[in-house]
Structure formats: structure tokens, C-alpha cells
Design a protein around this ligand. Structure first.
Ligand code: HEM
Length: 481
């Protein structure tokens, strides 16, 4: 309705039948880097064909704001993909379900449930603290030996999500925790490799070992979560919900009619898929962000020291840092932000689709068009950032030393599809990093090269494996207090 009158078309890559633009996407670069390179040639807004699917790629802050915020509703759809249909029982989750009144209700319910465990309650903090304590003693158990921290970090974050979703807390080596970690890894790996199936849905008919493995992992996941769901149904009591499953079961009782919706409303399948998604969307992202920040701290010992100085001056060594200290630890926040700016774990967000005819930058965009927002190029655009390739946490401070977050910083996306786990993730990142850096210092093993910062793209953008040595700080030799 408010489309500008004169419109030129969006520059588009060449294409062939069936293959689309794929022959022009060679070179093996991961999408965020490839798109950044193509933007130099075609301009920051360009189109291409991923197989048969016309896709517009947005590389500038201004256009991203249009897509996510100003016309966020227009672009709040999600394309249907083979792997994600399998993963979510045909879109009964939040992340991959197309925009609809039921989706909105579901998203609101999930959001409210997260808030229950979040700010204003000490519950999340307690949950993270117990995971941090075991993480710290696990890390310190390596003595002066170099080791890869990723398994321990993933285990700690998985444990947090297990507690939030179904109130289980596991000790190190627990078989059920191991099962959760291994099916989650299996899903993450196969989804990352299953890319082609999503471009050519007809490949579904071919035997495909990745797809088979994915189905197996999903079956294990669903067996475990169904058992948890049944247990929760049996023990559901009046009063405050004790975890996400409880909150969803209570919330869904309202029923669709009370919200003026037709049809079934929020079903057991929705509850199950939401629980599954807390793992799918909440573990790999958070643990990988932590691993990126540790990698950068190994490159910048002076940054690590400055965070520790801030902790020493504002928290001390007599107690663990907690959420109420956050206001006094601006530099730590900057380090977290700078980590997410320079290495966004979800560099092209999740694909969006246009739900109606709309426009970007004054160019018409037809309903059904897929839209990829290249947050990587926005986070590395020299027009937005001074020396974007350097790790400089101070860039998130203003002249007075106060926090300043530029609007072109969007590691969680923005608008109707913004990450629902954002505040949860931020609390986790803060609590994990403040506790870790209060209790120990991270160093490179003797003679080891600093971590490779290039990154490799699985489901998320991850650092190459690296090793650390941890040195307990005075007063924390035992790991916990
Ligand atoms: C969506 C980032 C942690 C749940 C997203 C999106 C991004 C993102 C970029 C896509 C936005 C878009 O498509 O425009 C991150 C980062 C995290 C993190 C960087 C950690 C550092 C979490 C956690 C949870 C979570 C802890 C839940 C437990 C979700 C869900 C969506 C989502 C459900 C889909 C939202 C929708 O489609 O409406 N996240 N996320 N995320 N995230 Fe996160």
C-alpha cells in the first residue's frame, strides 16, 4: 500500500534452470563471506537463485532495519525446508514455523515462560551457578595440562537448559545427559550437512545417510522428551510452574477458543517441539559464543586482565559475581558484545520470507521471496565500525565510559522474529564469564599457537578447536566457594 512509485529491480546473479545461481557461488566460501564478497560486486542488496528459490540478500544496516523492524511483519515468514519440517513435526516450533495467529500465541507463551525464569527471579541464577561450579572444577581438574574446553562448556550449557526445561540436573558423566548431548550433536551435524536437501526438496526421495541419521537422532530426542512430558503431566500441580514444560502445559490450557483462534491451538506436539527447540537453539549458540570469547581472550591477555580488574574492584574474591553486579561491570558487557559482533554465531540469521508484496530500499519484493540478512557484513561494515576486523571491546563504551550499543549491532536479530532466548542467553553469558574469569585465568599452553579465529560454519559459526591452560586465581584454588 505504501510502496514507493518508481522502482528499479534488485541486481541479480545469473541463473540456470534447476541449478539456479549455484554455478556462480563456487569457491567454497561460507555464505556470510560469499555474500559479503558478492555485495562488493552487485551492491549491498542483490538477488540470487538458491536452486529454484529466488532469494534476496541484505547486507546493509539500513536495509536490515527495514526487513526486521520497519516492515518486520511483512518479512516475518519462514520458508518450509525438508530438514526443519522433520525436526519440528511440520513447524510446531517457534523458529521454523511460518507466521500465523497460532504461532504468535505460541511465541508469546514461550516468551512469558522464559520471563518466569529470568529477570526478577533468582532461579536462573541458581541454575547457572550450580553448572558453573561443576564447570570450574572440571576445568581446574586438568591442572597445568592444556586441553580443549569445548566439551566441558557444552556440557555445562546443556545442563542449564535441561534444568530450565524439565528440572533435571545431572552430575558429570550422567548417562541421560550424555544422551541429550549426543542426539543434539547428531542433529546439529546432520542439519549442517543436509543443506542440499533444503535447496532441492525432491532429493528427499533419494537414500541419504545424513537424513537417516537425522531421523534417528530425532527419534531418540522425542522418546526422551515425551517421557519428560508425561511425567510433567502426571505431576502438574497448582501454583508457579517449576520449569518450561510446566509453564507450557499450564499455558496451553487456556485453549485456542479463549484466544479467538480456530482449530486445535497449542497441542502436545507444540509443547514437545518447544522443549526440543530450547536445546536446538539454546545450547550450540550459547556455548559457541562462550568459546569465541575465550578464543579472543587468549589473543588479548590485556582484555582478560581488564575484565578481572573490574571484577576484583566491584565484586572482590569473597563471593561469586551475580546478576545484581551486572550494572557495575560495563567492561565485561563490552567484551561479550564485541565477541558477538566480531563472530556472530548465526551470521545470516534464520531465513525470512516475505508474507505479502513489500519492498526493500524502495525496490519491490514479491510475496514468497526468501530474504537472508547478512549480519556478518553489517557487523564488519567499515561505515558502521572503526577497524571492524579488530577485537576492541571499548567500542561499546561512550566517551564517559558508559555502555553504548549502536543500532547496527544485532547478534540476536530484531523485530517480530528476534531471538526469544535473548535475555536468557545474555544472563547465561554474563554469569558464566563473570564466574569463570573471577575464579581462573585462561592461558595458551606452552608453545601453542593462539586459536585460529577464521571460523567454520556448521549450524553455527564456530572456532576451530583450540587448547587452554587454566590457572586458578587467588582464593579459588578449589574451583568453588
Ligand atoms: C532465533 C541468536 C540463544 C531461542 C534466533 C535468531 C538469532 C539468534 C540470530 C534468528 C533471528 C532472525 O531470524 O531474524 C541467538 C544467539 C544466542 C541465542 C546469538 C546465544 C548467544 C538462544 C537461546 C534460546 C534461543 C538460549 C532459547 C532457549 C531462539 C528461538 C528463535 C531464535 C526460539 C526463533 C525465533 C523466531 O523465529 O521467532 N536466535 N540465540 N536462542 N532463538 Fe536464539
Amino acid at each position: 500500500s505504501s510502496l514507493p512509485p518508481a522502482r528499479s529491480s534488485i541486481p541479480c546473479l545469473p541463473q540456470l534452470p534447476i541449478l539456479g545461481s549455484l554455478p556462480w557461488l563456487g569457491g567454497g566460501l561460507p555464505p556470510h563471506l560469499l555474500f559479503t564478497k558478492l555485495a562488493h560486486r552487485y551492491g549491498s542488496l542483490f538477488g540470487l537463485f538458491l536452486g529454484p528459490h529466488y532469494t534476496v540478500v541484505v547486507n546493509s544496516h539500513q536495509h536490515a532495519k527495514e526487513v526486521l523492524l520497519q516492515r518486520g511483519r511483512d518479512f516475518a515468514g519462514r520458508p518450509s525446508m525438508v530438514t526443519t519440517e522433520l525436526l519440528t513435526r511440520g513447524g510446531k516450533d517457534i523458529a521454523f514455523s511460518d507466521y500465523s495467529p497460532l504461532w504468535k500465541l505460541h511465541r508469546r507463551l514461550v516468551h512469558n515462560s522464559f520471563t518466569l525464569f529470568g529477570e526478577g527471579t533468582s532461579r536462573l541464577q541458581d541454575v547457572v551457578f550450580s553448572a558453573v561450579d561443576s564447570l570450574c572444577s572440571e576445568l581446574m581438574s586438568n591442572g597445568s595440562r592444556g586441553f580443549d574446553p569445548s566439551a566441558a562448556v557444552t556440557r555445562a550449557v546443556t545442563n542449564v537448559v535441561c534444568t530450565l526445561v524439565f528440572s533435571s540436573t545431572y552430575r558429570h558423566g550422567d548417562a541421560e545427559l550424555q544422551e541429550v548431548i549426543s542426539y543434539n550433536n547428531g542433529i546439529v551435524e546432520t542439519i549442517a550437512r543436509g543443506g542440499l536437501v533444503d535447496i532441492y526438496p525432491w532429493m528427499k526421495v533419494f537414500p541419504n545417510s545424513s537424513l537417516r541419521k537425522l531421523k534417528e537422532c530425532i527419534a531418540v530426542r522425542d522418546r526422551l522428551l515425551t517421557r519428560k512430558l508425561e511425567e510433567h503431566k502426571a505431576s502438574l500441580a497448582e501454583g508457579d510452574p517449576s520449569d518450561l514444560l510446566d509453564a507450557l502445559l499450564k499455558g496451553k490450557k487456556g485453549g485456542p477458543k479463549s484466544h479467538g483462534l480456530e482449530g486445535e491451538g497449542i497441542t502436545d506436539d507444540h509443547v514437545l517441539m518447544t522443549a526440543a527447540e530450547a536445546f536446538g537453539a539454546g545450547v550450540e549458540t550459547t556455548s559457541t559464543t562462550l568459546l569465541w570469547i575465550l578464543a579472543y581472550l587468549l589473543h588479548h591477555p590485556e582484555v582478560q586482565q581488564r575484565v578481572q580488574k573490574e571484577l576484583d574492584e566491584n565484586v572482590g574474591a569473597d563471593r561469586a559475581a551475580n546478576l545484581s553486579d551486572r550494572g557495575h561491570l560495563p567492561y565485561l558487557d563490552c567484551v561479550i558484545n564485541e565477541g558477538m559482533r566480531i563472530r556472530p554465531v548465526s551470521p545470516v540469521l534464520i531465513p525470512h520470507t516475505a508474507m505479502t508484496d513489500s519492498s526493500i530500499g524502495g525496490h519491490a519484493v514479491r510475496r514468497g521471496t526468501r530474504v537472508l540478512v547478512n549480519m556478518w557484513s553489517i557487523h564488519h561494515d567499515p561505515q558502521n565500525w572503526d577497524k571492524p576486523d579488530l577485537f576492541q571491546p571499548e567500542r561499546f563504551l561512550d566517551d564517559q565510559g558508559n555502555r553504548a550499543t549502536p543500532s547496527c549491532f544485532m547478534p540476536f536479530g530484531a523485530g517480530p522474529r528476534v531471538c526469544v532466548g535473548e535475555s536468557l542467553a545474555r544472563m547465561e553469558l554474563f554469569l558464566f564469564l563473570s564466574s569463570l574469569l573471577q575464579r581462573m585465568s585462561f592461558r595458551l599452553p606452552e608453545g601453542a599457537p593462539p586459536p585460529n579465529l577464521q571460523g567454520r560454519l556448521g549450524v553455527v559459526l564456530q572456532p576451530m578447536p583450540y587448547e587452554v591452560v587454566v590457572i586458578p586465581r587467588p582464593g579459588w584454588e578449589g574451583g568453588a566457594r
